[in-house]
Design a protein around this ligand. Structure first.
Ligand SMILES: [Zn+2]
Length: 157
């Protein structure tokens, strides 16, 4: 990277940081006004429509700079909602799902103390409300487990 590119990257980073600050401020304003549901359904036609309407307003009418800024921030925030719904939420769910399985597996290993060829049940350490049924295979020690709570853990190794 040359000096001109480095300066441009620094300028872009400063601008994105400033933009992110404005996005956060606007989100807080909306939250305090009672808006919610940003992490809602996916795909979300209404979000795309609102982004389109804001973009059209910027393109077609004689808005003031302040109004253009506001519309731009709203577009960015809605785009962030779309990103969250399409990607980030899945990553979060994957991580928490994986963490749940590990917690359950550890509890089963601790309870069975390495014994194989057994089945049993216990209070689910993941959700705290369900009953967890498990088995440890005699041949290879693989753990199978299923919680009675819907959408809690269910796995076999
Ligand atoms: Zn559970």
């Amino acid at each position: 990277m040359n000096d001109i590119q480095r300066a441009e990257v620094a300028r872009l980073n400063r601008t994105v940081d400033k933009f992110a600050e404005l996005m956060k401020r606007r989100l807080m304003e909306k939250l305090l006004k009672g808006y919610s549901g940003w992490d809602g359904e996916h795909p979300a036609g209404d979000l795309c429509q609102q982004i389109g309407q804001d973009a059209l307003r910027i393109a077609c009418t004689g808005l003031t700079d302040q109004e253009i800024s506001l519309r731009s921030i709203d577009i960015a925030n809605r785009a962030m909602f779309l990103l969250y719904r399409a990607e980030v939420r899945q990553e979060e769910q994957f991580k928490t799902g994986f963490a749940r399985i590990q917690k359950v597996r550890d509890a089963i290993v601790q309870k069975t103390k390495g014994e194989r060829g057994i089945t049993g049940d216990m209070d689910c350490p993941a959700c705290g409300t369900g009953r967890l049924r498990y088995s440890v295979a005699r041949c290879n020690g693989h753990v199978h487990a299923r919680c009675s709570t819907e959408n809690c853990v269910s796995f076999m190794e």
